[in-house]
Design a protein around this ligand. Structure first.
Ligand SMILES: NC(=O)c1ccc[n+]([C@@H]2O[C@H](COP(=O)([O-])OP(=O)(O)OC[C@H]3O[C@@H](n4cnc5c(N)ncnc54)[C@H](O)[C@@H]3O)[C@@H](O)[C@H]2O)c1
Length: 252
């Protein structure tokens, strides 16, 4: 089955690299127009835009600043007029040793929450308001296996932020389904990106591959294909669902 996203307007956050880039590439190839958010590497973002052509529009925004998050959404809304799908993909995983001093550890914790949970919540709030004025829409939030399985001691904030996204997404699905708003959770395990590489450098590739049922690590394209399917509306009756993409490493 060919996924058709013609005339759909989609926001993809963290789209200049990794999973977000792969999602943007696939959505454009399925006919969507995409608003691509990047944080600071303009050259890299311009390269992605050049590759994707006129269907992609770039927006710079740092999600550690709540005010910037709101104006980013307002700009996209002004440019695109109608938004059909919001994909919250941007995220950080800060290695934070609990033995470090309280102030430094709390700094890491708050930064993680700002990017991984608080900005996602605000973008969802704004998308809900937009969708209620139009004919509904779809929210896809990228959580993590860590939200369910837990993580190592250095990544407790990461796991907690991704678990927050679970409660947020399920509440949206329950509260707004009657108004045509669908919300999905995608929970990847290790995916071969820059983020995973930091972890692999620290703990080794064997750790990353431990317990995987399949014979290779998950690639960004494996996540993108599922996200494109959710964005198409073909899975709307699975709203509120959590979709594990972890090569069979954790089932719940
Ligand atoms: N790679 C994995 O193993 C893995 C596993 C589970 C979940 N995830 C989740 O998938 C999503 C994508 O991760 P990835 O692996 O592609 O990582 P990545 O580091 O390659 O990409 C993360 C993206 O988030 C953006 N970003 C980071 N900080 C930001 C900020 N302050 N403001 C705005 N944007 C910011 C970056 O610019 C980048 O585009 C993340 O939410 C991550 O938590 C990844």
């Amino acid at each position: 089955m060919q996924i058709n996203l013609k005339n759909k307007n989609v926001i993809v956050t963290g789209a200049s690299r990794g999973i977000g880039k792969s999602i943007a590439e696939l959505l454009v190839s399925c006919g969507a127009n995409v608003a691509l958010q990047y944080i600071r590497n303009k050259n890299r973002a311009e390269k992605v835009k050049k590759q994707l052509g006129p269907k992609a529009v770039l927006y710079q925004c740092d999600f550690s600043d709540g005010l910037e998050v709101g104006s980013f959404f307002n700009k996209v809304e002004k440019d695109f007029k109608r938004i059909d799908v919001l994909i919250n993909n941007a995220g950080i995983a800060i290695n934070s040793d609990p033995d470090k001093d309280d102030i430094a550890w709390v700094d890491d914790w708050l930064q993680t929450m700002d990017v991984n949970l608080n900005s996602v919540a605000l973008l969802c709030k704004k998308a809900i308001a937009h969708f209620r004025k139009s004919s509904g829409g779809i929210i896809i939030n990228i959580s993590s296996r860590a939200a369910f399985r837990g993580d190592t001691r250095d990544y407790m904030a990461y796991a907690a932020s991704k678990a927050g996204v679970v409660g947020l997404t399920r509440s949206i699905a329950r509260a707004y389904g009657k108004e045509g708003i669908k919300a999905f959770l995608v929970a990847p395990g290790f995916v071969r990106t820059g983020m995973a590489q930091d972890f692999i450098d620290e703990y080794g590739e064997d750790y990353a591959l431990e317990n995987i049922a399949l014979d290779r690590m998950t690639e960004p394209e494996d996540v993108a294909q599922f996200v494109a399917f959710l964005a198409s509306g073909l899975a709307n009756h699975a709203t509120g669902g959590t979709f594990d993409i972890n090569a069979g490493s954790y089932m719940h």
